[in-house]
Design a binder for this molecule. Structure first.
Ligand code: MOS
Length: 705
């Protein structure tokens, strides 16, 4: 090998180079949306409704306008008239209606951040209020069946004869599980800088999806998508709340900039993050499982209830993973939703699968106990040959391999299956496990690659790196395809002017963007060889690719990643405190572009799952209809000290039915099943089954004896 070959190998797909922007991040030179120096920028601060439900009767800006530095107050009487009402959540400052406490009802613009904040306190609001209804229950008269749930899935499915399957089962489980509201909290809150040049709008925005932000803003302001430029070079986390659409901060910034004729900066506070950008809906779930005497599932039922707001329907797809996880002839899944006077829920890491897997994988543990089966063996016995509800072949399904490899590495065979059998001083020690899975998808994207006569290549794709390492992974894919030294390949992302592309969400970034990058690189190499005898012409050469048509040629396969999660906990007999000793996950997610970053994603997601199991809980104040714990002092998330040891193993998996790279995506896989693995370990340690997350010590203490 030449030295160039050695360097290329170190950057190729499957190698684990460090992040391209790593140095910029740790030295503080990487800029987040709010940090760009924009001359003559003004500052805006939103005013949140202190009322829960009703109609504003007065917005008096006089005192605010009289304060030093305040330049404008925007509310429904004077704010720019938005041109689109497609997304009700973004129809900001248009009407006096108040749909939930904390909803943005006005915006103060000033020459400093402090003046804007002070001005926001001085805006006088009066309202005709109405009684609110903010509590989700499984008997709520407003429960209805949404036409579809998120992801385009059917609300309800039924196969075989579920009731007969349950009735004929030798061993049954019928339990109710609850998960609370959980709040995404990226380190970087939502932040934007917007400015107008005539009818041209430019924004720096902290978003997971620049293409959607550009298109959404174009619709709201009645301009062409080409007239909006969204720049999103570095994003400090998202976990779903910066995905899908423009979010309120960028819309407010653009409205204010239009109003005052200056660039305007808007950053939400940590407190705003808890009310105004979305959160994971609470869920109430019923899981029914029936098995024959050998542990073969005969009936699988999963009924899920969740909430949305009066503003907009958001239907979490909580029970969908139950449709593909395990074999079994008699099945049903249902989703019901109720619209309450609460903020609109949104995407949060592995939406659907995360709360759904807590219920399903807890219920399987209960079934294993009831039937006297090993939880790992029970899952292996019920592995599915074909996707159970539609008979599709799996593009690849290595759940069993993950279960066996995970069990071997964890030391599962040494486990005494009896609950509360292991004690170490004042600590009860237990182990638990759960399966994991996520859809493996791709969405249309475009990419461009330019060959320069000096031997350099420039790859451009409107991807966004929310901390995952996407930029580096795409660069690796390009280096591999172009077959040149890594330092000859440069990559640009996070700019809507590059072209349309999928957002960072649904764990489908690498598959979607990587496909477009691969296609562009291959076509460039092909053209260089065919038309230019392998050398770059003096004028350079540029090729753009679009995968829209390629995606339509995908054969019908069931495409999912799988995994197995194992966990050891200890529970203090006197205090009920739960400590996680170690977690271990074995995952099969197709080809891994960069094992270092894939592991990092999985470890992060497993930590988030553990955090969900033990700590996270949005507490609803029913009197005000609002989540009251709005900071990290009162909304607890796992920190490094809570996580002594997490190991992940990535199985070799080749899958030729996905995309040219054979990747499935890893972002969200690690959270699915993680909370159930912890809960199952707590049960094994204590003999106490907690079915309502989080597993706080007060839920254990009474029963520890
Ligand atoms: Mo994620 S919840 O798909 O951004």
């Amino acid at each position: 090998m030449t030295r160039e070959d050695v360097r290329s190998a170190a950057a190729a797909v499957g190698a684990d180079p460090v992040r391209l922007e790593g140095r910029d991040k740790v030295t503080g030179t990487a800029r987040y949306a709010y940090e760009y120096p924009v001359s003559e920028a003004l500052y805006a601060w939103p005013v949140a409704s202190p009322f829960t439900k009703g109609r504003l009767t007065l917005v008096n800006p006089d005192e605010a306008l009289a304060a030093r530095g305040v330049l404008a107050v925007l509310w429904h009487s004077n704010a720019y008239r938005l041109q689109s009402r497609e997304n009700e959540e973004l129809y900001l400052l248009q009407e006096p209606t108040i749909a939930y406490r904390g909803q943005f009802v006005a915006l103060v613009v000033a020459d400093t951040l402090e003046a804007a904040r002070h001005g926001a306190d001085l805006v006088v609001l009066e309202a005709d209020t109405q009684p609110h209804d903010a509590v989700l229950t499984d008997r709520h008269p407003g429960l209805y069946r949404p036409v579809r749930v998120n992801g385009g899935f059917q609300s309800d499915t039924a196969v075989g004869d579920f009731d007969a399957g349950m009735a004929g089962a030798a061993v049954r489980v019928d339990e109710r599980y609850e998960t609370p509201a959980e709040h995404n909290n990226p380190m970087e809150p939502h932040a934007s800088i917007a400015w107008w040049d005539g009818d041209e709008l430019t924004v720096y925005d902290s978003t997971q999806y620049p293409t959607a932000v550009a298109e959404g803003l174009a619709g709201l302001f009645g301009i062409e998508t080409q007239s909006v430029r969204v720049l999103a070079e570095h994003i400090g986390g998202g976990f779903g709340v910066k995905g899908g659409n423009p979010r309120p901060a960028v819309v407010l910034a653009a409205m204010a900039a239009r109003h005052v004729g200056h660039p305007v900066k808007v950053a939400l506070t940590r407190q705003h993050q808890f009310a105004n950008v979305g959160y994971r809906t609470p869920t109430i779930q019923r899981v029914r499982l029936g098995a024959d005497a050998s542990g073969q599932l005969t009936a699988i039922g999963h009924d899920a209830i969740s909430q949305s707001s009066e503003v907009q329907e958001f239907a979490e797809q909580t029970a969908v993973l139950t449709r593909w996880m395990y074999a079994g002839p008699h099945r049903r899944t249902t989703h019901r939703l109720v619209r309450l006077d609460v903020p609109t829920p949104a995407w949060m890491r592995a939406p659907g699968e995360t709360p759904g897997s807590f219920a399903l994988e807890s219920a399987l543990d209960e079934l294993a106990m009831a039937g006297g089966w090993d939880p790992v063996e029970l899952r292996i016995r019920n592995d599915a040959e074909l996707e159970p509800e539609n008979g599709l072949r799996y593009s690849s399904r290595n759940l069993v391999a993950c279960l066996r490899e995970g069990a071997r590495r964890f030391g599962w065979e040494r486990r005494d299956p009896r609950p509360r059998a292991h004690r170490d001083g004042d600590w009860l020690i237990g182990t638990g496990m759960a399966s994991s899975s996520l859809q493996a998808r791709a969405q249309p994207s475009t990419a461009t690659v330019r060959a320069h006569p000096d031997g350099h290549f420039h790859v451009l794709v409107n991807a966004v790196d929310i901390g995952t390492g996407a930029r580096t992974a795409l660069w690796q894919i390009a280096v591999d395809e172009l077959g040149v030294a890594p330092e000859r390949v440069r990559i640009s992302i996070g700019d809507s002017s590059i072209g349309r592309a999928q957002g960072a969400g649904g764990s489908l970034g690498t598959a979607s963007w990587g496909w477009a990058v691969t296609k562009a690189c291959r076509e460039l190499c092909e053209q260089l060889k065919r038309d230019h005898r392998g050398s770059v012409p003096a004028a350079g050469l540029e090729v753009s690719a679009d995968t829209t048509a390629d995606l339509k040629t995908l054969q019908p396969y069931a495409r999912y990643s799988f995994g197995a999660q194992f966990c050891q906990v200890r529970v203090d007999l006197d205090t009920g405190e739960v400590r996680v000793d170690r977690m271990l996950g074995a995952f099969a997610a197709g080809r891994i572009v960069n094992p270092r970053m894939a592991r990092s994603q999985l470890i992060g997601a497993m930590t988030m799952g553990m955090s969900m199991a033990l700590l996270e809980e949005g507490v609803l104040d029913t009197q005000y209809g609002a989540y009251v714990n709005r900071d990290f002092a009162t909304y607890h998330i796992a920190a490094c000290a809570d996580v002594p040891a997490i190991e992940t193993y990535l199985m070799d998996e080749e899958d030729t039915h996905l995309n040219p790279m054979g990747v499935k995506g890893v972002g969200e896989l690690g959270i699915v099943g993680a909370a159930a693995a912890v809960a199952n370990a707590v049960y094994h340690a204590t003999g106490v089954r907690v079915r309502e997350l989080p597993i706080r010590l007060d839920k254990l203490l009474d029963q520890l004896g």
